[in-house]
Each structure stands twice: as C-alpha cells, then as structure tokens.
Write a protein that binds this ligand. Structure first.
Ligand code: GAP
Length: 466
C-alpha cells in the first residue's frame, strides 16, 4: 500500500475511538478479548451502513430499469467453486517469518511495499524473493505457498470430504448460477444487470485497518450482461458511474480516483479492471473494483452444470454468452470511507469540536430535538415536536446533560440539524434550527418546522455536495 498522504486531522485511531465512543462499531466478542479483525455494528453503525446500502440500491435498481435484484444463499453447491476457479485459483502467496516473531505475511504486499521504497527499481515483480524481510523483526522468510482464502465447513452431521462446502468468498457467483432463472422471469435482454448485497467470507492472511479488510464483510455487487462487442463501452460507463456515486454522496473529489490494474494484478477471470480508490489514512486503497469478466463465468458454469446459459436473440436467432461488466463494492469499506471523509475537528469558541460532516442522505439521524432546559414545560413540548417529526425522517429526542454536551454528541454522530425548544418557544411558538456544518441558527415557527426540514432534506437529496 502507498504511504499515507493525507494532511488533515483524521487518523484511523480517531475513527476507531469515535466508533466505539458513539456506538457505531464495536470489536467483536470483546468480553472474551475480541476476535481479530471482526467487528459488530452498533446502533448508529447499523443505520449508517443501511443508508449506504439503500443508496446503492437506489442507484442500481430504483433509478434504472435495466437492473433487477437478487438475494442468493451464502451456502452454494460446492461445484460452483470448481467452475468459478476459486477452488484452484483464489489464493494468496503466504510467507512466514523464520526469525523471532514467526508472523505470516502476504508476499505480494511485501513486494509492493519494498517496491514503493525503491527496491527492484520500483517494480514489485523484479524483486528477488531473498531480498524480502519480515517487516516486524527483519527475519528471513519462508518460500511463498499458495493459501486458499475460502472458509470451509460441512453440511450435515458427518464431517467427510463429500459433505465439504464453502462460505462464499464473493456474492457474484450467486448471480451467475441464477442467470437463466432471472432471464426467464425478468423479460430483460442484454444489456441488463443483476444486483445483490450480502455477506462474503475470506480467510485473509493479513486482515486489518479496522473495517478495511476483515474476514467477514458485506459486498454490493452487480453483474451487467452485455453483447460481446459492447463490453468495452459498458466497462468505461460503469467506471465513471461508480466514481460519480461516491462523489455525489460527499467523498471529496481529491480523495477519489480511478486506477487501471496492471496486467499482473488482474484476477483469474478478468481481462481488464479499474479500481475506484480512496485516500484512506493508510494511503490510496481500493474502494471498489470494476472488472470486465468477459464470458468466463457463464461459460464455466455452462460447462460444469450442463445447462445452456447462452442468450438467444429472438429477433436474429443469434446465440451467445453475454460478457459481464462487474462493479463490485464493499459495504463496510464504503462505510469506513464515508466516516473517514466526514470526520473533522474545528475550533469553536476556544474548544475543539469533533464533527462528522456526513451527507444528509447517509446521516443515521437527520434531526435531533432538544429542550434547552429540563423544566418549564420544555421537555414536554420538545417530545411533542419529536413525535411529529419521527414519522417523516429519522429523528432523536435528547434531554440528558447540558445543551453543549448534547450538541457535541449529535455533531459526533453526524446529525445535520438540531431543533432546540426554549422559553421563547412557549411564548411565540418558534424553535431554533441549528445547522451542523455552518452552526447557523434560525428561528422557525414550530408549525413550519416539518416543511422547512423537508425542504432542506429535499435540497440536499439532489445536491452533489453539502
Ligand atoms: N466479485 C469480485 C470481487 O469480489 P473484490 O475486489 O475481491 O472483487 C470487491 O471485492 C470489493 O469487496 C472490494 O473492492 C472491497 O470493497 C470489498 N472487499 C473485498 N475483500 C474485503 C475484505 N476482506 N474486507 C472488507 N471488504 C472487502
């Protein structure tokens, strides 16, 4: 991975601390000492990730008429993974330290890091295996051994080879094996797509960097089936479309880029791949891959299953395996990128304010209703207003602690608007409406509040940036 190149206040440690403090993400099984690189989403994390997935569904299915949805099972027939090439080829080169620490590493990552430091003239492939050393203790390393990343388990009560199955390492194969079923009901012709969101599992050798690389994660994948001659054009289309999605949801354009894969980086199924990359605190890293998978998958599944998986053009009678363009994103990785990009600290009246400047479409809570003081009828009135707003948008009522502390809490969970009920509200029926980013406060008649929030939310809905 490239060296960190961000010059702002955010670090991964700050994100991890905020996620725990404010109830976004917890270490999994923490009371038992934690399970390495597995995480549990807490209340605000669930809402944020759910908004990320909803925005993906909106872009993929709701706002188009050429993509349909699917939710395939995690457990699949084991022949799937023979046909897809995962049993044979879904491996990473594993090396182990022969020195003091005995740690395991991905050899390709060590090569990339050494090349970034100038070894092999900057070319990872030109570095001799003997030149690589353990990054932890400097020890020598074993020869690389290919390590399959699929988790195995057994179906039924007997643990024998015939019962061995796998937790899917990508959601894509559930789409390919359903290609014929979908074609029959959906009345679609190429170009058309099948979209799916779901859990995938990989026994990563070196997981890490919080949600960035874990062994259990959620993918948002879409397989777009096109006539072979149109594949290049659709590949370019989806690269730009996916970059734009992150941009519209608020990732800063200078933290976002498209990068073409070098030929030696390509997966076993891909003829070309571009990554949407984000400038994480760990450096530029993949957010999403867009691959031209050609007709590899449908041909393989046709050969292994004996089913006819070609598309037959009813007008011309032409029969062909559609080519597949695949934008494959990670819901957890995207959530992490949105958190990192939204994180900010600023000085306000001599104090440091931490704020998540999340796009309102992603913010877990859109509006918080707060009584200024916990007496004089203010809590009752604030609760009434909260109950009015709650059916319209995710809202929260908070009366605990000083008003400053309550605002700090809402800023840290990224709530774009705060409504305060004070003594004036009881006199003239107006409330203050506070904007998270500008800190501007406007007095709005209570009767206008729902309309005003709806207007602000509506404006933001379509605006590319805050
Ligand atoms: N079907 C193609 C495929 O799975 P991939 O590049 O291996 O392609 C797609 O994965 C996306 O899934 C990645 O860009 C990343 O966002 C997410 N992803 C992959 N491995 C992950 C991991 N171990 N932890 C979290 N997210 C991961």
């Amino acid at each position: 991975m490239a060296a960190p190149a961000r010059d702002d206040v955010v670090t991964m440690d700050k994100i991890v601390a905020l996620c725990k403090r404010r109830g976004f993400v917890f270490q999994s099984s923490e009371i038992y000492g934690g399970l390495a690189s597995t995480y549990d989403y807490a209340h605000y994390g669930v809402l944020l990730k759910s908004n990320v997935k909803s925005e993906w569904w909106r872009a993929m299915v709701q706002e188009r008429d050429d993509i349909v949805a699917l939710d395939a099972a995690i457990l699949m027939h084991p022949r799937t993974w023979v046909a897809s090439g995962h049993l044979e080829g879904f491996t990473d080169p594993l090396v182990q330290c022969l020195g003091k620490c005995k740690k395991r590493w991905r050899e390709d990552h060590l090569r990339e890091a050494a090349a970034a430091d100038g070894a092999g003239g900057g070319d990872p492939a030109a570095i001799a295996a003997e030149e690589l050393r353990c990054p932890e203790c400097g020890g020598e390393l074993t020869e690389p051994r290919n390590f399959n990343l699929m988790f195995e388990t057994y179906m039924g009560p007997v643990q024998e080879d015939a019962a061995r199955i796998y937790l899917r390492p990508e959601t894509a194969q559930g789409i390919f094996v359903n290609f014929k079923n979908v074609l029959q009901f959906a009345r679609k012709t190429p170009p058309f797509g099948i979209a799916q969101v779901g859990k995938s599992f990989r026994n990563e050798i070196t997981p890490g960097s919080f949600l960035f690389r874990t062994r259990e994660f959620e993918q948002m994948e879409m397989e777009f089936f096109v006539a072979p001659d149109d594949a290049r054009e659709w590949f370019d289309y989806w690269c730009e479309e996916r970059r734009r999605w992150y941009d519209e949801l608020g990732l800063r354009p200078d933290h976002l880029r498209l990068r073409d894969h070098d030929p030696q980086e390509l997966s076993h199924y891909s003829s070309s791949t571009s990554d949407v990359e984000y400038l994480f605190p760990i450096g530029w890293s993949e957010l999403e891959g867009i691959a031209n998978r050609g007709d590899y998958d449908l041909r393989q599944h046709a050969a292994f299953s004996g089913e006819k998986l070609e598309y037959v053009d009813s007008a011309t009678g032409e029969r062909y395996f559609p080519h597949v363009i695949e934008p494959a994103a990670g819901a957890d990785r995207a959530t992490l990128a949105f958190l990192v990009d939204a994180y900010d600290e600023e000085e306000v009246e001599g104090r440091t304010r931490t704020v998540l400047r999340l796009h309102p479409r992603l913010a877990p809570v859109k509006v918080a209703v707060l009584p200024l003081v916990n007496k004089d009828g203010q809590p009752e009135l604030a609760r009434e207003i909260y109950k009015e707003l709650r059916p319209l948008m995710p809202a929260e009522y908070d009366a605990g602690g000083s008003i400053g502390r309550r605002y700090r809490r809402q800023d840290e969970i990224g709530t774009p608007w705060g409504v305060t009920v004070d003594h004036q509200t009881l006199e003239d029926g107006t409330v203050t409406l506070r904007d998270r980013d500008s800190l501007e406060q406007a007095r709005v008649p209570r009767t206008e509040l729902a309309r005003e929030l709806g207007r602000r939310l509506g404006d933001e809905w379509r605006s590319p940036k805050l």
